[in-house]
Each structure stands twice: as C-alpha cells, then as structure tokens.
Design a protein around this ligand. Structure first.
Ligand code: GRF
Length: 202
C-alpha cells in the first residue's frame, strides 16, 4: 500500500478527491499525513473528518526556506512516505526537498502546461484568448510547474466564461486526473525518461 503525504494550503478539494478515491478502493494507498503551511486551511479540517493526521507547520518559525522544508522532510521520513502530493500547496519547494524526493513529488496545475504556469492561471488563459485550456498532473522538478507531465485533460473555454466558471470546470477535471495519476504511480505504471513520462497500459 502506497504511503502518501499531501501538502496543502487551502480548501483542499483535490485532497478530498484523493481521499475519496482511496476510500472507494480505487487507489491502493493511504494518506499518512496532510501537511499545511496555513493553520486555517480547510484541507486540515477535511483530513480530521477522515481520521487522517493533519499537521500545521508555521513558516515563521524557521530561519530559511530550506529549514522549513527540512521540518517537512523529517515528518515524511518518520512515516516512510513514498509519494508526496502537492494539492494547492502555495510554496515553492527548495532544491534540497526536490532532490530528496525527485520522481516522487506530484503537483496538479489548472492549465495545459507549459502554458500559463504560476498563479492566476485561469485569468491568464482568458486574457490570452485561448480556446482550450485544462489541467495537468506533473512530477515536480527544480522549476515552477515545469516537471515531466503525467496526465493532462483539455477543457474548452466558452465565450461566456469568467475566471470563476472556467476554474470550476477545470477543477472537475483536476479531481478526475489527480487520483488517476496517483493510482498509476501506486501500480508502478509510470516511468520517466528525460522530460517524458510514459504510462504502461495493461
Ligand atoms: C487547484 O486549482 C490546483 O490546481 C492549484 O491550486 C488549487 C487548489 O485547490 N494548484 P484545492 O485546495 O485542491 O481545492
């Protein structure tokens, strides 16, 4: 059973999708811990409701970003975590963290990467005028939203879309593809060569 940690900062709807996929038996894994850099993240509440340990780590208590990441890693190591899932975690991991868990950190991003990395992504897509956008699950590397892509899902942009309506439709896809990517990982069906992630189909 895959030992998973989920790192969050906010409402945690992707965390919920992962919890649901585990509880329904879709993913052979267990969320050992949810770690947040925000004390009031609703994601921590979701964890509690499902008897999952939730830990708030206060960024202001650490001298440097690397010290902060070391505090997270201490927990991950104590729990023998095999996969780290970023789910709305609003911090950039230090190279120290990425090097330790390379190939074992996933992130979900609400665009078709490499288009629109960073923040305010749906607004950027609308402002640019793309007709299609979507969601991407990728491995985390040293850049921002730049690691090997595991799954993408395409969402059309409608003339009547606002950032909110577009975000909502993208989010539905996020909730579908993030658990799917974790399931593939748990089944050992993802391999990476250079920038490309390959999925073994049974
Ligand atoms: C999602 O849109 C995700 O793609 C982005 O941050 C948002 C987190 O939402 N990285 P939630 O906390 O999972 O509801």
């Amino acid at each position: 059973m895959l030992k998973i940690a989920v790192l969050v900062s906010g409402r945690g709807s992707n965390l919920q999708a992962i919890i649901d996929a585990i509880e329904s038996g879709n993913i052979n894994g267990k969320i050992e811990v949810v770690i947040s850099n925000k004390n009031d993240a609703y994601a921590l509440e979701r964890a509690r409701k499902h008897n999952i340990e939730g830990v708030f780590i206060e960024p202001l208590s650490y001298k440097s970003k690397e010290d902060y990441d070391r505090a997270i890693i201490k927990i991950l190591e104590d729990k023998n975590i095999e996969l780290v899932c970023l789910a709305g975690f609003m911090r950039i991991l230090t190279p120290y963290f990425v090097n330790k868990y390379r190939g074992r950190i996933m992130n979900i991003h609400p665009s078709l990467l490499p288009a629109f990395p960073g923040l305010e992504v749906q607004k950027k897509a609308l402002d640019y005028g793309v007709k299609f956008t979507g969601a991407t699950v990728h491995f985390v590397d040293d850049g921002v939203d730049s690691g090997p892509i595991i799954i993408q899902s395409v969402v059309p942009v409608l003339d009547i879309d606002t950032s909110e309506t577009l975000s909502e439709r993208i989010l539905k896809e996020e909730h579908r593809i993030y658990p799917e990517a974790i399931k593939l990982f748990a089944e050992g069906r993802i391999s990476v060569k250079g920038r490309r992630a390959f999925i073994k189909h049974n």
